[in-house]
Write a protein that binds this ligand. Sequence first.
Ligand SMILES: [Zn+2]
Length: 471
Amino acid sequence: MSLKFSHSAIIVLFLCSFPAILADEEEDPTIKTMEDFSGYPIHEPHSSFQNTVSSLSVDTQSLQKQIDELSTFSDTPAPSVTRILYSDKDVLARRFIKNLMGLSGLSVREDAIGNIFGRWEGYNPDLSAVGTGSHIDAIPYSGKYDGVVGVLGAIEAINVLKRSGFKPKRSLEVILFTSEEPTRFGISCLGSRLMAGSKALANALKTTVDGQNISFFDAAQSAGYTKDEGDLSSVFLEKGSYSAFVELHIEQGPILEDEGISIGIVTAIAAPASIKVDFQGNGGHAGAVLMPNRNDVGLAAAELALAVERYVLESGSIDTVGTVGILELHPGAINSIPSKSHLEIDTRDIDEERRNIVIEKIHQSAITIASKRGANLSEFKIVNQDPPALSDKSILEAMEASSKELNLTHKFMISRAYHDSLFMARVSPMGMIFIPCYKGYSHKPEEYASSQDISNGVKVLALTLAKLSLQ
Ligand SMILES: [Zn+2]
């Protein structure tokens, strides 16, 4: 990369950004690269800026090959991908990632549950690191881009920076999070939730089993983890471990593609909550029991499902959503009045209080419906009630500046799906970069992101990491 700074421009730049190292200007080999990465257009001549940006080149072909190869570690045939936590295929996929991290010159370590870290040490290693990463587990019959783009893309972002001659001040660290998907143990974002210091989860895992009655610890040990059984406190991150965390991810929605925009800059991640509800009644013969004598809990469930929709709409905000994704009736025969009904309700909002009001209304409604129908509300369990996460202002600025410098169209948006970033936000300033995906498809084999869009995302990530590393 050629430099077109005049000497005085360099001095001005360093007075703005790095007064502490001004004295070493002549000797310090990092100066050249820091000049290139440090500032926003306002600080420097436009031409040099273009040089910086054009020096960031993504090896799109290799990256696509890695995405394709990783997708072959699957328990179902292509094009679908199924990669369940601690399965043989998951272990192989992890080995693949660790190998790539090593090839990129990162020093690799793993914690007790298999969160994997690949570190590129900065020239000021005492400063807290800048983290980036995502997950590679895949729900049954899903696609090959969800999460993967944020792991392989992060490793490639490091390669991009290395090829450009950049030297990080803060260390840069790629993280592969264990089990973002809840498939095996019913717990979403298991790795990041634990990293964020959830003692409740650390305790719950002692008695957690999967659908085959295999305990979490047995499963983890079969994959080579949790050697000192029971104590997961070593997974908790110390506050301040990261000065920033940025996750690259496919949008999993149609907005960017519909609007022809390259980069989504996530301002907030909606707060998810999930609830399990059980009603119990007397059941009975569908012909013999007359209507006044019934306590049909199928209808109780139906009423509650409609109530969920009503309360969500009543919030008055487009950001409030609610879904009854599971509704089961027992015994499930056409000629039998349901004697048990089971609902699972998901509700989310970027405003925690508004979401909690919806949950409270659903609870009151479940009580009222049960008493009106002479049924028993045998369970109303809030499974999780997580707070939303707001992106950090300085990370937003870095992502926006990077998009602009790379001449990529961008828009600010909300992530309505949750990600590991939701939990990283508890221990670090957080930001997320979205790229378009075909028709917004995700969690199915048709999931697709173009090489060009992935490459754009990797460039924005690389430039953002560079800026944050120098802050
Ligand atoms: Zn994901």
